[in-house]
Design a protein around this ligand. Structure first.
Ligand SMILES: Nc1nc2c(ncn2[C@@H]2O[C@H](COP(=O)(O)OP(=O)(O)OP(=O)(O)O)[C@@H](O)[C@H]2O)c(=O)[nH]1
Ligand SMILES: [Mg+2]
Length: 626
């Protein structure tokens, strides 16, 4: 919100500018006033909108033209220009009215930026002296100049409309018409329509294009903190019905009806209603989503990872459900486009379809959709916060901010010490020489055999693959990351992970050496579990040009024997290896002997069950609390 409001009063001599200010401050009409009142500041807590407000007088007798221009014009390095200007005339003085258009408006317009005009208010003072109003003369002026926010007739003498005048001035600054409405065209501006349309879509929880009573009530409650009385709800709908044929459908408000209502609010000077809605949904004065809304502060300590919590998954599930119109548990291109309509850009490119599971048509499945969200949260939590912001997470879930969706896991070192983890996303880096079969290994995790992989376009390729596996009955995400084989350029991030796969091609005699080099340089002395994958096992095995056979190498370094793998299968390739990798990532301290030891498996699985039961009990307790 704005820090303060600066109101400047201008106009012909003796129209009563100084008297108006004095009347406001002392609540009585001063018989004698100085030519120019001192600048006064009204503290925030006594103004209607709770913003500190400065009121600045002008007097031709005391001030030069230069001094006047300084008050009007935006100056580099100075913040003391007016945010709103009241042009005062005297209702019993024709000449002072003429001067409004012949002198004051041009003078102000010449000195303010065309794109960020200060709002103007026409003030007719001394209404106590005349019987009839000056509105007849004023309305044509209002229609002619769109910068005129409003007009008001008042009297400093009998204190009529004085506080209203300063309230309107404050409102003109805090809830400006400019960004919302074009008075020339008598309709809302495109950017305002765009923002309200997004708000409509978010509030339309079942995505049927209509805000029903429930949705309207929820909307009302989130924006204004009070529920709408049933009668008020009907009244609103009736107003819309009376004015347009397709504003109300099935007893709910359509997008057109919703926009019409806001146009009505604005036309009747109730901008603050529309502004309240816009600000609640994160918009600033330029109708852009604010940085504070999109990127709430969140601190991720080193060696911690970021995951979505249960509540966030429930939310994402509801977003999926509302867009999966044909209920086939996958998002068609049209459904996906509809889902991202509340975004300013399309966040998912075609590569996402090769990062997560899809159905036979190549459409992202429910599983795949949640996986992609999990991936974004893990790799780029800021982006995840931004995306959740576009979806209106904090508003729909009634949370402080999107940060409430994120679980920051505890430091990995503590997990290692305690030999247990509560994380649910594990990262496996896949390294190997060029052409050794890394991509095939990633795509096989998503259920694609070699034949299906051959259809993937080069520019749609992804270096990530993420899906779920079950370890002792618990669903976990395994994130595979294919690392480019430039040995010299492996970064810290390329190396750090929970489990590593070193891939070689059994049919290519030169491919194993790369694995041994990477292993010796990066993993031999680390605690990261390591698996050698003997890829393309459907092909004829060649003898590797290396001093040791892969099996001997594994024995020497106490690694599992090379795991035979092929994606050249008729059906979807087996998932066993991925479950194994996830298990090793979860229990990195587990030795080869442990893996074979049946009591370990028993202990691990009992532990998992106890945890699952406990988790369920906690969930039930939480539900009761609501
Ligand atoms: N009847 C009546 N007289 C008013 C009212 N407001 C101001 N006056 C009188 O109008 C005269 C001019 O008032 P000022 O407040 O000095 O006018 P100003 O616009 O500040 O004039 P400059 O400083 O010279 O530009 C004074 O004699 C006031 O008493 C009003 O509402 N009704
Ligand atoms: Mg004065």
């Amino acid at each position: 919100m704005r820090k303060d409001v600066r109101i400047l009063l201008v106009g012909e001599p003796k129209v009563g500018k100084t008297s108006l200010i004095m009347s406001l401050v002392s609540e009585e009409f001063p018989d004698e006033v100085p030519p120019r009142a001192e600048e006064i500041t009204i503290p925030a807590d006594v103004t209607p909108e709770r913003v500190p407000t400065h009121i600045v007088d002008y007097s031709e007798a005391e001030q030069s033209d230069e001094q006047l221009y300084q008050e009007i014009t935006k100056h580099f390095l100075s913040s003391s220009q007016a945010n709103v200007i009241c042009i005062v005339y005297s209702v019993n003085n024709k000449k002072s009215i003429e001067k409004v258009t012949s002198h004051w408006i041009p003078l102000i317009n010449e000195r303010t930026d065309k794109d960020s005009r200060v709002p103007l208010i026409l003030v007719g003072n001394k209404s106590d002296l005349v019987e009839h109003s000056s509105m007849e003369t004023i309305l044509p002026i209002m229609n002619q100049y769109s910068d005129i926010e409003t007009c008001v007739e008042c009297s400093a003498k009998n204190l009529k409309n004085i506080s209203e005048l300063f309230y309107y001035a404050q409102k003109a600054v805090l809830h400006p018409t400019g960004p919302l409405y074009s008075p020339e065209e008598k309709e809302m501006k495109p950017s305002c329509i765009k923002a309200l349309t997004r708000i409509f879509k978010i509030s339309d929880l079942d995505n049927d294009g209509i805000l029903n009573d429930n949705e309207l009530n929820f909307f009302q409650r989130t924006c204004f903190n009070i529920p709408l009385a049933p009668q008020a709800l009907e009244d609103v709908k009736n107003v819309v019905r009376k004015n347009m044929s397709d504003g109300v459908k099935d007893n709910g408000l359509t997008r057109k009806g919703f926009l019409f209502l806001h146009t009505l609010f604005i036309q009747r000077g109730r901008h603050e209603t529309t502004w309240t809605v816009l600000r609640r949904f994160g918009y600033d004065d330029d109708l852009e989503l604010t940085q504070e809304y999109l990127f709430p502060l969140i601190k991720i300590p080193p060696d911690c990872t970021t995951e979505l919590n249960h509540n966030a998954y429930l939310f994402l599930q509801s977003v999926f459900d509302k867009h999966d119109k044909d209920r086939d548990c996958a998002l068609s291109p049209d459904e996906l486009k509809d889902l991202f309509k509340v975004f300013p850009y399309m966040p998912w490119g075609p590569d996402v379809n090769y990062t997560v599971c899809t159905n036979e048509q190549g459409w992202i499945t429910y599983q795949g959709y949640l996986s992609q969200w999990t991936l974004t949260t893990y790799l780029d939590v800021q982006r995840c916060l931004e995306y959740l912001g576009y979806l209106g997470y904090s508003i729909i879930q009634e949370q402080e901010s999107q940060a409430a969706a994120i679980t920051i896991t505890r430091n990995k070192c503590i997990d290692l010490q305690k030999k247990q983890t509560q994380r649910s996303v594990f990262r496996c880096n896949v390294l190997g020489a060029r052409g050794s079969g890394k991509s095939g290994f990633l795509q096989a995790f998503l259920g694609r055999n070699l034949a299906r992989q051959k259809k993937i376009r080069e520019d749609h390729k992804s270096y990530y693959a993420i899906s779920t596996t079950y370890v002792y009955g618990q669903e976990k995400y395994l994130l595979l990351h294919e690392v480019l084989p430039d040995f010299e350029f492996l970064s810290e991030a390329d190396v750090a992970c929970d489990v590593v796969c070193l891939v070689y091609d059994i049919s290519n005699p030169c491919s194993f050496e790369y694995c041994t080099k990477v292993y010796k340089k990066h993993y031999m002395d680390s605690k990261t579990p390591c698996v050698i994958i003997a890829a393309k096992s459907d092909l004829h095995e060649a003898r590797q040009y290396y001093s040791m056979s892969p099996l001997d190498f594994c024995r020497k370094h106490k690694l599992h024997p090379p795991q035979l793998f092929t994606c050249n299968t008729a059906e979807a390739p087996s998932k066993d290896i991925y479950t194994k990798l996830t298990t090793m990532a979860m229990y990195p301290h587990m030795t080869q002997a442990d893996l074979k030891n049946s009591t370990f498996w028993l202990r691990a699985s009992v532990g998992a069950t106890v945890f699952a039961v406990l988790g369920f009990a906690m969930y039930k307790a939480l539900l009761k609390q609501r």
